[in-house]
Design a protein around this ligand. Structure first.
Ligand code: GLY
Ligand code: MN
Ligand code: MN
Length: 406
C-alpha cells in the first residue's frame, strides 16, 4: 500500500500564505493539485490494474469556498481524478486505520516528514501499532518519473517552445534594468496557457553573471556588458529550464564573441551526446564538455598549466571557470527526481538540461579582455534513441542569429 500526503500551505506570516505547490510525487500519481489531501493506493492482486485508489480530500464547503475560491470536492475526486473511492479528509483518523490494517508493506515518505500539521498528526495516529514494514516511496517512483511518456514530452515541448520564444523576443529589445527584463519575461511566461515562471530567474548584467545564483535582479544594465538570463516557464506543472547570454547592445565585442563561441561549441557537442545509442551518462557528458571547454579556452589564451594549484576547491582551474555540473534531469521539478543518479546511461525519455558555463574571475591569471565575463548557455533536451529533441530550440543562440535580432 502506498500512502502519500499532499503538500501543505506554507504561511509567510499570520494568514498570508506563499503560492501553493503540490508535492511532486503526489501530483505525478494523482494529478490533484489541492492541499489537505491524501492518496492511498492499495494493491489488490498481482496484475497491473489490480489496485484501488482512495483519494482523501476536502468536501465541498460553500462558506469556505466563498473565501478561497472553489475546490474540487469528493464527487470530482471520482469523476475527474479517477479515484475508486473519494473520502472526506476530516474522516482520516476514523477511516485510515481500517484501510491500513491489512497492508503487508506500507510505502511512504511521510515518516521522514517533520511537519506538525493537523493532516500529519491525523496520519501518524492512524498508523497501525503492529510492526508493518514501512519502506520509502521515492526510490520506487524516481525511475518512473525520470522516463517521460509521450504525453509528458508533449507538455514539456509546449513549455519549452513558449519560453524559448519569450527569451528570443526579449533579445530583440534594449533593456536598461534587470528588473524590467525580469518583469517582461514573467509576463511572457503566462502566455499560451503557461502558468508563469517555473523558478526564481537569474537576470544578471555584466559581472553579476559570475554569481551563479544571483537573483537580486535589481541593477542597471550597461550597454557594453552581456546579460545572462536563466529563466523558464511552466505548463501543466512541467517546467522548462533555459539560459541565454547576449550583448546588451545587440552586438558582441570581440572578446565577448570569442568566449561565447567557446561555450557554444561545448554546449552543442554536449547536446549531441544526449542519445540512448551512445549510452553516456550526465556525469560522462560533464567530463566530455569540460575537455571540450579546456581545448576551446586554450585556443583563446587561457593557460591551464600555469593555473593549477591557484584556484578553487583543490586548485582545479576548470572547477573555477566552470564550477557547476553540465546538466540535471528536468520534469515536474527543475532539478527533477532528486536522488536519481547522474551516473546512469541516458535512455530515451530522459529529459535533461545541457548548460556549460564559463565565469572568468577578475584576476590577473586570465587574459585581460575576458576578466569578469560570464557566459552560460542552457537548453532543455529530451533524449531519444538515435537523436534528441531540443525542447527550447526557439531561444536564439547562434551569434549571427542573436545579432540579427536587432
Ligand atoms: N535554473 C536552475 C538551473 O539551471 O539548474
Ligand atoms: Mn538547469
Ligand atoms: Mn537554469
Amino acid at each position: 500500500m502506498a500512502v502519500l500526503p499532499s503538500a501543505e500551505i506554507k504561511y509567510r506570516s499570520g494568514a498570508v500564505f506563499y503560492p501553493f505547490r503540490q508535492e511532486s510525487n503526489f501530483l505525478y500519481l494523482t494529478g490533484f493539485s489541492e492541499p489537505n489531501s491524501l492518496a492511498v493506493i492499495r494493491k489488490t492482486g498481482p496484475g497491473m490494474g489490480d489496485y484501488t485508489f482512495h483519494l482523501f480530500c476536502r468536501p465541498k464547503d460553500p462558506y469556505a469556498e466563498q473565501w478561497s475560491g472553489p475546490w474540487s470536492g469528493l464527487q470530482a475526486a471520482e469523476d475527474v481524478f479517477n479515484a475508486d473511492e473519494a473520502c472526506d479528509i476530516n474522516q482520516l483518523t476514523a477511516l485510515l486505520p481500517s484501510l491500513i490494517r491489512d497492508a503487508t508493506v506500507i510505502v511512504t515518505d511521510f515518516s521522514t516528514s517533520e511537519s506538525k500539521s493537523p493532516l500529519m498528526a491525523a496520519f501518524r495516529t492512524s498508523f497501525p501499532t503492529k510492526n508493518t514494514p514501512i519502506t520509502p516511496l521515492t526510490p520506487l517512483i524516481n525511475p518512473l518519473r525520470a522516463i517521460k511518456s509521450p504525453a509528458e514530452i508533449a507538455v514539456m515541448r509546449h513549455a519549452g517552445m513558449v519560453s524559448g520564444r519569450a527569451i528570443t523576443q526579449a533579445m530583440r529589445r534594449p533593456w536598461s534594468t534587470e528588473k524590467d527584463l525580469e518583469s517582461y519575461l514573467s509576463y511572457a511566461f503566462t502566455q499560451h496557457n503557461l502558468s508563469g515562471p517555473a523558478y526564481v530567474p537569474v537576470v544578471a548584467g555584466g559581472r553579476r553573471g559570475c554569481m551563479i545564483h544571483y537573483v537580486h535582479n535589481n541593477a542597471l544594465l550597461e550597454q557594453d556588458e552581456m546579460i545572462l538570463v536563466d529563466a523558464g516557464g511552466e505548463y501543466g506543472w512541467y517546467i522548462t529550464d533555459i539560459t541565454r547570454t547576449w550583448p546588451a547592445s545587440g552586438k558582441f565585442s570581440a572578446a565577448q564573441r570569442d568566449l561565447y563561441s567557446a561555450v557554444l561549441v561545448a554546449q552543442r557537442e554536449g547536446i549531441k551526446m544526449c542519445r540512448e545509442q551512445l549510452g553516456m551518462s550526465l556525469d560522462e557528458i560533464h567530463r566530455a564538455t569540460e575537455a571540450i571547454l579546456e581545448t576551446e579556452l586554450e585556443k583563446l589564451g587561457f593557460d591551464f598549466g600555469l593555473g593549477k594549484g591557484m584556484f578553487g576547491k583543490g586548485g582545479d582551474l576548470m572547477g573555477t571557470l566552470f564550477p557547476h555540473h553540465v546538466g540535471h534531469y528536468i520534469g515536474l521539478d527543475v532539478h527533477d527526481v532528486p536522488g536519481y543518479p547522474r551516473s546512469l546511461p541516458l535512455r530515451a525519455g530522459h529529459c535533461v538540461t545541457i548548460e556549460p558555463g564559463v565565469y572568468v574571475p577578475n584576476d590577473e591569471a586570465f587574459p585581460k579582455h575576458f576578466r569578469g565575463l560570464a557566459v552560460r548557455i542552457e537548453d532543455s533536451v529530451c533524449v531519444g534513441e538515435n537523436e534528441c529533441i531540443v525542447l527550447t530550440a526557439e531561444a536564439a543562440k547562434e551569434v549571427e542569429d542573436i545579432e540579427a535580432l536587432r
